[in-house]
Design a protein around this ligand. Structure first.
Ligand code: TXA
Ligand code: MG
Length: 331
């Protein structure tokens, strides 16, 4: 009997925690995307995450914790971290902090820092609590997709990506936020935004009482910040609202089948057309599912309508730009 993915009831969550404690991998839902989890203190388990995901060794993983108390086991905990955790944890915010000397660094890609996040998804929290009851301190988990590809926002996406190699997948339904966490680096003099995500920059700045600096050459490596990432296999391009009709017509005249994700009502001639939600949070939630569906639609080209250039759309605009760069890299 094929039992993967497994509905995330109490029994399945307990089994998942046992597997983590035994050094096995478990895929689990968070409010952002599904994660591919391993005991962050277990070197072999963490190595298996890198192998299965196909992730290059120097790219650190986020360690998921229950709360600030668990985070402070892993890292030095400055006042800024406490302020951000009070406001946004549990939730879609990852903090980069200086790792304690005594804390295992297997998930940290050789860096002295560590990425920590307390997810809000009830299944993720129940799993972390059950794992803590077995002596665990945190679960290292990248998004549960192969390196460079679109992140999974449903349990079925994890199986689609990892196939027979998928570990136990806890099914907690579709992810609420739909794009990865916001990453803020607190290891430097001033806080730096490494990756826009589920929490808007203005909200973070309001709590910190200071501006976030944009990432620069001194910023640590972060695969979610590579220029080419989050990409479907089909070539994808962004089109401004006024250009959609003309671009669809041009591609169709060349004999290409076109798949379109658009808000403006334009592009009715595309072979496949999905509606992009008008609200940025709804669009973020729909983003990866839409990219996967369009990728599976046997079209030669994916067109996506450009999104507004403002804070509320920052995370979606960022992921779309990287998807375009990633698909261009593969050609
Ligand atoms: O929403 C999320 O963050 C999801 C869910 C599963 O929590 N996780 C996720 O993980 O997106 P991943 O591995 O796909 O991306 C983690 C990002 C990468 O860009 C990684 O390089 C960065 O976090 N990161 C982790 N630890 C870091 C560190 N010590 N310094 C700099 N960047 C770090
Ligand atoms: Mg990822």
């Amino acid at each position: 009997m094929n039992t993967n993915p497994r509905p995330a009831d109490a029994q399945a969550i307990d089994e998942a925690a046992r597997r983590l404690a035994d050094g096995e991998l478990v895929a689990f839902p968070t409010e952002t995307v599904y994660g591919l989890g391993a005991d962050a203190a277990n070197e072999r388990a963490v190595a298996e995450v890198y192998r299965l995901k196909g992730r290059p060794p120097g790219h650190p993983l986020i360690v998921h914790v229950l709360d600030a108390a668990q985070a402070a086991w892993w890292a030095h905990w400055p006042a800024r971290a406490q302020r951000l955790a009070d406001a946004f944890w549990p939730g879609p915010l990852t903090l980069i902090l200086t790792r304690r000397d005594a804390a295992p660094g297997h998930a940290c890609g050789g860096q002295p820092s560590i990425g920590l996040r307390a997810p809000s998804h009830p299944v993720a929290r129940a799993l972390l609590a059950a794992f803590a009851a077995r002596g665990g301190h945190g679960v290292a988990a990248p998004s549960a997709n192969r390196f460079g590809r679109v992140s999974p926002t449903r349990a079925g996406h994890v199986i689609d990506d990892l196939g027979d190699e998928a570990p136990m997948v806890l099914d907690g339904g579709p992810c609420e936020v739909g794009v990865e966490s916001t990453i803020v680096d607190l290891t430097r003099e001033r806080p730096v935004l490494l990756r826009p995500g589920g929490i808007a920059t203005a909200q973070l700045e309001a709590v910190l009482g200071e501006r976030l600096l944009p990432r620069d050459a001194g910023a640590p490596r972060a695969s979610g910040t590579l220029e080419a990432h989050y990409a479907p296999a089909t070539p994808i391009e962004l089109v401004s609202p006024g250009q959609i009709e003309a671009r669809v017509a041009q591609l169709r005249a060349r004999g290409e089948r076109v798949a379109l994700w658009a808000r403006s009502g334009a592009g009715g001639d595309a072979e496949v057309r999905l509606e992009m939600p008008a609200d940025p949070a709804d669009a973020a939630r729909a983003l990866y599912d839409a990219l996967r569906a369009l990728d599976r639609s046997h079209c030669q080209r994916i067109l996506v309508e450009q999104v507004p250039d403002d804070d509320a759309w920052h995370a979606v605009a960022d992921r779309l730009r990287r998807a375009v760069a990633g698909s261009a890299d593969r050609r």
